[in-house]
Design a protein around this ligand. Sequence first.
Ligand code: UDP
Length: 241
Amino acid sequence: MSEDYPKRQLLKLSGEALVSAACPDTIDAVVLAQMAEDIAGAVSDLGIELGIVVGGGNIWRGDRGAGRGIERSSSDAMGMLATVINALALQDAIERIGQPTRVMTAVQMAQVAEPYIRRRAIRHLEKGRVIILAGGMGNPYFTTDTSAALRAAEIGAEILLKGTHSGVDGVYSADPREDPSAVRYARLSFMDLVNRDLRVMDMTAVTFCKDNNLPVLVFEVSPPGNLRKALSGDEIGTLVK
Ligand code: UDP
């Protein structure tokens, strides 16, 4: 384990990280429990402050509805609500094993979650609570990648961990599932991502991270133990800075 891992970190989890082949439609409780175990274990062992921005793509994505004739802003609102469903599921699973959390949402719904207020979010982190940030940014036409970048900057996270679920552990020169000679990049610059058109994250988010000097670690989140390696600064995935 690296001695020098960042003490405040933001993890972006796609909704699809919560599904499995056995349960492809919404949330697989077994996958969720494993994820929660990894998160709670790493937070308590490493003593880090962790924010999580969760996506909603396992339930709904704005462009899905837009393609079916639903007005884009309404469809995006549906996507934002989907992220709240995932956040509540994640909260339940993490608290079940004793790690305190708070769900904070950019879309106000006082009965189920706190509103996102930056200073309150930081206070929760200082008190050792994992904050789960739902509702994206509360605005249509954005993705939770961009929300994750924004929240990471707002809470002063030292790094954004972008967990993928593609079966590929980082950024490769070609798709390693198709090309056995593909090599993993251990490090890349933001300009490399743009110039080589490497689509590991929404381009709006990439630009934001570049402009705000926020390093991004792209790594495969699903294999047990990977999340802890990422949070502890071990050599894993691809570091973009
Ligand atoms: N969304 C939005 N504004 C935001 C964040 C998300 O409108 O600030 C909507 C958008 O429709 C998006 C959906 O919520 O497709 C789910 O988020 P995302 O696609 O980023 O989820 P992920 O792919 O990470 O599971």
